[in-house]
Design a binder for this molecule. Structure first.
Ligand code: 6PG
Length: 235
């Protein structure tokens, strides 16, 4: 099922996003003792860096993986893990050991295989990883994770993690969760702000065009789009 919530501003998007995460984390920890969440990069990093430290949760039960990650050294400004670690570990509530990270020293294909096996350790008995929540953004072209329009990565169904070597959004080399994993999540949450996303939001949520972000429809789970007024202005 898909739900859309429109709030006034970015501050409200952050509040709604973090309140929703707090609630899902609480339910997940009560249900199976862990909260297994996938993080995206882009503007979501800023939203979570600002909002997460305020939530009430048992941080020790969190396991954080990445919906997609750039295959660059962790110290590189393009490393999504690197930015989250600086924001949430150095003097924040999380420890680096709680993050499931790629091995950036590998080539992209090997990094994808390596990451899939690390996910296997997090979801030991599963035939398919089932994240409690995947936190997503959407690019102005309708991409999400590192799954881009008209890109072969969209069709991958025999892998949990796909290598992307020609990402239209720099840097070019990334690994990304694939749709079998994405649509096996209990919750997928998009957080979008700004007029720059309005056209694509309309094409996906109103016109139902088949773009990557619109293909996020968890089989048994829920997808929630949290938009500020500018991003929702064409709905
Ligand atoms: O690593 C990445 O680049 C992100 O995972 C990417 O998928 C992001 O979510 C979208 O590009 C939206 O980015 P913005 O929110 O910054 O527009």
């Amino acid at each position: 099922s898909r739900e859309t919530v429109v709030v006034d501003s970015e501050v409200d998007v952050i509040k709604k996003l973090c309140a929703t995460i707090e609630d899902i984390a609480d339910k997940s920890i009560k249900d199976h003792g862990k909260f297994r969440v996938g993080l995206s990069g882009g503007s979501l990093v800023g939203f979570l860096s600002k909002g997460l430290p305020n939530i009430k949760t048992d941080w020790s039960k969190w396991i954080l993986a990445f919906c997609d990650e750039r295959v660059v050294p962790f110290g590189d400004q393009d490393s999504t893990y690197g930015v989250y670690a600086a924001a949430l570990c150095e003097n924040g509530p999380l420890k680096k050991e709680q993050f499931i990270v790629i091995d950036p020293s590998l080539d992209v294909g090997s990094a994808a295989k390596d990451y899939a096996s690390k996910l296997g350790d997090v979801f030991p008995s599963a035939s398919l990883p089932q994240f409690d929540a995947l936190l997503l953004g959407m690019g102005p072209d309708g991409h999400t994770c590192s799954l881009f329009p008209d890109h072969p990565g969209l069709q991958v169904t025999d892998k949990w993690v796909a290598p992307i070597e020609n990402s239209p959004k720099p840097p070019p080399n990334r690994v990304t969760l694939t749709f079998p994993v994405i649509n096996n999540a209990r919750y997928c949450i998009f957080a979008l702000t700004g007029q720059g996303k309005a056209e694509m939001v309309k094409r996906i949520l109103k016109n139902e065009e088949n773009l990557p972000a619109g293909m996020v429809l968890p089989r048994e789970g829920k997808v929630l789009w949290i938009l500020d007024k500018p991003a929702a202005s064409l709905l």
